[in-house]
Design a protein around this ligand. Structure first.
Ligand SMILES: Cc1cc2nc3c(=O)[nH]c(=O)nc-3n(C[C@H](O)[C@H](O)[C@H](O)COP(=O)(O)OP(=O)(O)OC[C@H]3O[C@@H](n4cnc5c(N)ncnc54)[C@H](O)[C@@H]3O)c2cc1C
Length: 325
C-alpha cells in the first residue's frame, strides 16, 4: 500500500516514519522545507504549561509520547550523531494561586515540591522534558531518508475538482491513502475544517549566549516562559494571537517580549537579542487534535490541530491514527 503524507511538520514526519516502520511505501509532501511550519518555531517544552487547565487528553497524549521520544533521541544520536537536546529539565511554575495546580498534581500522583529558584518561589515539577525542535527536525529528515521514505519539499499540494490531490506541476498524486498533517493550513484542503482548525500566531525571542545564567529549569510566570538551549542561548515567549496568517513582526512586539523576559530574570537586561520570529500553531478547540477518517473520501485521513503542544503530543496522536487503518 502506498501512503502519502501531506504536510511536513513534526506530526507528518513521525506519521511517515511510523507507517514506514510498519512496512508501507510512504511519501511525504511539504510546501516549503520540512519543519518550516509551526514546528521549527516552537520552544520545545514537552509538558502542558498549566496542566490543570487542559482537558485530560492533552496530558495523556504527552505522557504517551515520552517513550517514543526516548527512542528517537537514542536512534537519531546513534545513526546520525545529532543531539536533539531532549532532556529532563524540570519546570518551575510561579503563579499567584498555586492551589489548583497543587490539587491536580496530588490527584495525578505527580511528584512536585515548592522551590525557590532564580528569585522566584513556585511549584517545581521535576518530570518535565525539553527538546530543540530545529534539531529534532534535522534528525527526523535524516531518519526519514534513511528509512527510504520519499521526501518531496517545495510541493504545494492541492485538491482538484475531482477530489484528487495534485502536486506543484498539477500531476495527480497516486496512492492508496492520504494523511493530511498540514497543521494550521489544513482547512485549505478541506473547507469543512474551517473554524475547527485555524492559525494562532506565536512569537518568540532568543537571547545571545546566557550560559553564565545557568538556567537549568524551564520557568513559567505570568503566561510567559523562559528556557535555555544547550548552546546557552535563551528562548522567551510566547504570544497567543488570533490574527489569521498575519506575518508582521514589529519592534514593539520585540520590546514587549523583552520586557516580559526581563521581568522574570532581570539579568537579561544585559543581554542582546539574536532572533525574533513567529509561527502559526494549528489552533483547535480545547487543544485537542482531530484524528479521523474523512467521511466523504474514505482514503483520506487527518491528524491535525495540535495547537500549543504538537511537538509533545505527535507520537501518541500518530499511534491513534495508525489504529484507524
Ligand atoms: C511560538 C510557538 C511555541 C511553541 N512551543 C511549543 C512547545 O514548547 N511545545 C510543543 O509541544 N509545541 C509547541 N508549539 C506548537 C507546535 O509547534 C505545533 O503544535 C506543532 O508544530 C504542530 O505540528 P504540525 O506538524 O501539525 O504542524 P506544522 O509544523 O505547522 O506542519 C504542517 C506543515 O504542512 C505544510 N503544509 C501546509 N499545507 C500544505 C500543502 N497544501 N501542501 C504541502 N504542505 C503543506 C506546512 O508548510 C507545514 O510545514 C509552539 C508553537 C509556536 C508557534
Amino acid at each position: 500500500m502506498k501512503i502519502n503524507i501531506i504536510g511536513g511538520g513534526v506530526v507528518g514526519c513521525i506519521q511517515a516514519i511510523e507507517f514506514k516502520r510498519l512496512g508501507f511505501d510512504v511519501a511525504i509532501y511539504e510546501k516549503n522545507n520540512i519543519g518550516s511550519g509551526s514546528t521549527n518555531s516552537g520552544a520545545g517544552i514537552m509538558y502542558p504549561l498549566l496542566p490543570h487547565l487542559y482537558d485530560a487528553k492533552v496530558y495523556d497524549f504527552i505522557q504517551d509520547s515520552k517513550t517514543y521520544y526516548s527512542f528517537l533521541n537514542k536512534t537519531i544520536s546513534e545513526l546520525f550523531d545529532i543531539d536533539i537536546e531532549y532532556f529532563k529539565s524540570g519546570m518551575l511554575v510561579n503563579i499567584e494561586d498555586l492551589k489548583p495546580l497543587e490539587d491536580w498534581l496530588i490527584k495525578k500522583k505527580i511528584e512536585y515540591n515548592l522551590k525557590d529558584y532564580k528569585g522566584l518561589t513556585g511549584i517545581f515539577i521535576s518530570d518535565v522534558y525539553q527538546i530543540n525542535p530545529k534539531k529534532l527536525i534535522l534528525g527526523l529528515v535524516k531518519y526519514m531518508k534513511y528509512l527510504g521514505i520519499h521526501v518531496y519539499e517545495n510541493q504545494h499540494i492541492q485538491l482538484n475538482t475531482k477530489k484528487q490531490f495534485t502536486d506543484d506541476s498539477n500531476n495527480v498524486i497516486d496512492g492508496d491513502k492520504f494523511v493530511l498533517t498540514a497543521g494550521a493550513w489544513t482547512s485549505s484542503l478541506n473547507s469543512h475544517l474551517t473554524g475547527k482548525i485555524y492559525p494562532i500566531k506565536g512569537q518568540l525571542i532568543e537571547f545571545e549566549n546566557t550560559s553564565q545564567l545557568n538556567l537549568e529549569h524551564i520557568i513559567y510566570k505570568d503566561k510567559f516562559y523562559l528556557l535555555q538551549r544547550q548552546n546557552g542561548s535563551l528562548i522567551a515567549g510566547s504570544t497567543l494571537e488570533n490574527v489569521g496568517f498575519n506575518e508582521d513582526l514589529s519592534p514593539d512586539d520585540l520590546m514587549m517580549l523583552r520586557k516580559k523576559a526581563e521581568n522574570i530574570l532581570p539579568e537579561l537586561k544585559k543581554h542582546k537579542i539574536l532572533n525574533h520570529w513567529y509561527g502559526f500553531r494549528p489552533g483547535s478547540k480545547d487543544n485537542i487534535p482531530i484524528i479521523m477518517q474523512d467521511s466523504d473520501n474514505l482514503n483520506t485521513f487527518y491528524n491535525v490541530g495540535h495547537f500549543r503542544y504538537g511537538i509533545s503530543m505527535a507520537p501518541a496522536t500518530t499511534k491513534k491514527l495508525v489504529n484507524l487503518f
